[in-house]
Design a protein around this ligand. Structure first.
Ligand code: GZL
Length: 346
């Protein structure tokens, strides 16, 4: 077994022990059996093939979308496909992500994959990864750093998602002959400072600002969770008696918002008191689109693990990779949702 193999095997064993100690079952993929010693490390070299050790720092498990995103990585980076995946759930805290990335650097993993919870605050730790010669693959959200500090980003066009929401509202109001009526809008924002929140807000408002009759009464963060989304929507309903449209930056917050609206004795959706524009397009929300309770759902595709696998394989073969890979996404309304609901994997 070559020197590199022993290093990788020893790292995999150390990483699994460290993370399983630190986070219970924090290490996805094999963990070293309790009684394992040096000699058992060879279990990480499958059939003579060296495993590629990947350190994955995930934002958390705040939403159905996030869980689907994590599972797409776990399905793509399996031992059968030559990987040893070490994962960490940062519980939506940047300091936990930085800790996990530093632990991956000290264990000298082969690649670091991470979804930055917010855009800022990554320069130092990504410079440390660069100095250690470990390629960094950004997934989902952006990090506001020099491009030289990461190899590639795999994600979605979040600004375009915001623009799609405004374009849909334009079309819907035109159909109802209300394009120039006074329209009162509230925005449930995602995690403040995340590229998902920043860009969906900017994308929507870049078009909304062209209509003097569209009034954005308020925007507050529901932190992408159902509980917070319900709490903020309840406050909005107490503060603004005549809300026409809710723009909710993910389906989990939308579920909470609909609960709050119905508890206030009002209805949502196609024939409802309040129009609901949502983002993510998870299965449960698409069922509400089909039922007419959500007017439109702007998809944000979490199935990004296969792109991570593709990029790592290209890098392993010494091939050049693009700086950015965007995944496909659609807009769902009651007109087209039935066609896609059946095959929905998340
Ligand atoms: C979007 C992603 C967002 C989802 C939320 O790219 O970062 O984070 O919209 C998730 O559901 O929590």
């Amino acid at each position: 077994m070559g020197k590199k193999s022993w290093r990788r095997a020893a790292l995999a064993a150390a990483a699994a022990l460290l993370l399983s100690a630190q986070y219970g079952c924090g290490a996805f993929g094999d963990t070293v059996p309790e009684e394992a010693g040096e000699s058992d490390a060879h279990t990480y070299i499958q059939g003579g093939e060296e495993l590629i050790i990947v350190g994955f720092s995930q934002i958390g498990s705040e939403s159905i979308w996030r869980t689907a995103n994590t599972s797409s990585v776990q399905r793509a980076l399996t031992e059968e496909k030559g990987y040893f995946l070490i994962s960490d759930n940062a519980r939506q805290k940047q300091e936990n992500q930085i800790k996990a990335i530093r632990s991956y650097i000290s264990q000298r993993v082969d690649y670091i994959v991470f979804a930055p919870v917010t855009e800022s605050g990554w320069d130092t730790v990504l410079k440390e990864a660069q100095d250690a010669g470990i390629p960094v693959i950004l997934m989902d959200r952006k990090a506001d750093v020099d491009e030289s500090l990461y190899t590639t980003r795999i994600g979605t066009d979040l600004t375009k998602e915001g623009e799609k929401a405004a374009r849909w509202l334009e079309g819907d109001l035109k159909e109802k002959n209300r394009l120039y009526d006074d329209i009162n809008i509230v925005i449930l924002q995602g995690t403040l400072g995340s590229s998902s929140e920043l860009e969906r807000t900017a994308g929507f408002e870049s078009i909304a600002s062209r209509y003097g009759n569209w009034h954005i009464l308020d925007r507050q963060t529901g932190d992408f969770t159902t509980a917070k989304g319900k709490e903020v929507m309840t406050q909005f309903l107490q503060m603004y008696p005549d809300i026409d449209v809710v723009v909710s930056q993910n389906d989990d917050m939308t579920f909470g918002a609909i609960e709050a609206i119905e508890e206030a004795g009002m209805t949502t959706g196609i024939d409802g008191d309040i129009t609901i524009i949502s983002f993510d397009a998870v299965r449960g929300a698409l069922e509400l689109v089909q039922a007419g309770k959500i007017n439109v759902d702007i998809e944000c595709n979490p199935e990004q693990g296969e792109y991570v696998d593709m990029v790592i394989q290209m890098l392993e073969r010494g091939e050049p990779v693009e700086k950015l890979y965007m995944v496909e996404e659609r807009v769902f309304t009651h007109r087209n949702v039935a066609r896609y609901l059946e095959g929905r994997t998340y």
